[in-house]
Ligand binder design. Structure first.
Ligand code: URA
Length: 429
């Protein structure tokens, strides 16, 4: 069909009435929207129709391909080593990328981790790393390739050239109540990852109060959709469904999450952060053809720390610099004796955000030292009056709103109670 034969209103009506969009109609829609021929209100209506009616596998695959075609595709084949990447759908205290990228690079697998900044209650990887004095998120494609070749791991900002259609579409979805459509989420994430050019990809799809997907069935559907998209595009793709009902580790913020990541790279750190880092590394290494690698050993013996130091220094950061510390702190104490059975991820994420660790609008600045330091996690026995959390900020007027967010965050049950939490819920391949 000639492009002139398509009409945005017909396409909206087709989806509104439960029909299937043809490959040509999808290509035309994405291209016309990126160029500004389809108006925002028409695209908003189509997004809502997709949210309500869904898309089949062929439609999602074509929609993703059209978004990839809207921009550049990177190619790492000249590196002469396999590449692997990880994407997390976002959670509270989720600093896993920081130890994971250098850990996987230890084994000769290049990790091009193109990341974003945080919005809302989930933190952004770049915001965390920017707490390190001198560290620079923006790299040119040449710098990215050189660092992948020399160091093996890069965590940097995704350039504007990758899937520009998605940037425009995501901003529109954000203000029209259409972020939650699984076909749109899956195609948004996977268009960027496929355009990035990685050989293999491990998806960490979070489930629970602090996650994008609160219930397991929807998280599973999202994971299955993304694995199918990656596989169809020739990227070896695996997903883990992991728990996000409580924060990962004992910190939610920027500098304090870097500090905890460095503890993990030094062979210590909280058990859950170590477990998930090692599990995701095993998946990435297996997908990249290194199934016998032992990432747990590389955390313990300092090899991952060596790569981390080189990776930070290559981007202008000083791995030995003192990290920023918040000017003010306030402690929250346990109200009773017993077992901490719940520490709600969303509440902690919102509190960290309100303290200044996150941003409400894209252009807001974040405070490097702000956040929530936790002193106990679900499963711990606590005594009345013991510190449970320390709130950190440079702007003490924010304490009250953060404490409001935490009002119902903690559940303490009689001793002997258990908090049945499984960190890795399932694997989808
Ligand atoms: N992250 C993305 O990149 N896109 C979405 O649609 C949702 C989360």
């Amino acid at each position: 069909m000639n492009p002139k034969d398509f009409d945005a209103v017909d396409i909206i009506r087709t989806k509104r009435d439960g029909g299937t969009l043809s490959p040509e109609a999808i290509d035309w829609t994405i291209d016309a929207y990126t160029r500004g021929t389809i108006a925002d209100e028409q695209m908003a209506a189509l997004n809502m129709a997709i949210l309500l009616r869904g898309m089949d596998r062929a439609e999602i695959s074509r929609w993703t391909a059209a978004m990839i075609a809207s921009g550049e595709r990177m190619d790492f084949s000249s590196l002469g080593k396999p590449t692997a990447d990880k994407h997390s759908t976002g959670g509270v205290g989720d600093k896993i990328t920081l130890p994971l990228a250098p850990l996987v690079a230890v084994f000769g697998v290049a990790v091009p981790q193109l990341s974003g900044r945080g919005l809302g209650h989930t933190g952004g990887t770049l915001d965390k790393l920017e707490a390190i004095p001198g560290w620079r998120a923006e790299l040119s494609n040449d710098e990215l390739m050189r660092q992948l070749s020399d160091v093996g791991a890069v965590i940097c900002a995704a350039g504007a050239g990758l899937a520009p259609a998605d940037k425009k579409l995501y901003a529109l979805r954000d203000v029209t109540g259409t972020v939650e459509a699984i076909p749109l989420i899956a195609s948004s994430i996977m268009s960027k990852k496929i355009a990035e050019g990685t050989d293999s990809l491990v998806l960490d799809v979070k489930v629970g109060s602090g996650a994008f997907m609160k219930d397991e069935a929807r998280a599973r559907e999202l994971a299955e959709t993304m694995v199918a998209l990656g596989t169809d595009a020739g990227v070896r793709t695996v997903a883990l469904l992991t728990d996000m009902s409580t924060p990962l580790g004992l910190t939610a913020g920027n500098a304090i999450e870097v500090e905890e990541s460095v503890e993990v790279l030094a062979g210590g750190g909280p058990e859950d952060v170590v477990e998930l880092t090692v599990r995701l590394a095993e998946e990435m290494l297996a997908a990249a053809g290194r199934p016998d690698a032992d990432p747990a050993a590389a955390l313990k013996d300092g090899r991952a720390m060596d790569v981390w130091r080189r990776m930070i220094a290559a981007q202008g950061g000083d791995p030995d610099a003192k990290l920023p510390v918040a000017k003010e702190s306030e402690t929250i104490y346990a109200p009773a004796d017993g077992v901490l059975v719940e520490l709600d991820a969303l509440a902690v994420g919102v509190a960290a955000w309100r303290l200044g660790a996150g941003r409400a609008r894209k252009e807001d600045a974040v405070q490097a030292g702000a956040g929530v330091r936790m002193h106990a996690k679900p499963g711990a026995t606590v005594r009345a009056g013991e510190p449970l959390m320390t709130l950190l900020t440079d702007t003490p007027e924010k304490f009250d709103r953060a404490k409001e967010a935490l009002a119902d965050a903690v559940t303490i049950a009689p001793e002997g109670s258990r908090s049945g939490r499984r960190l890795v819920i399932d694997r989808i391949a």
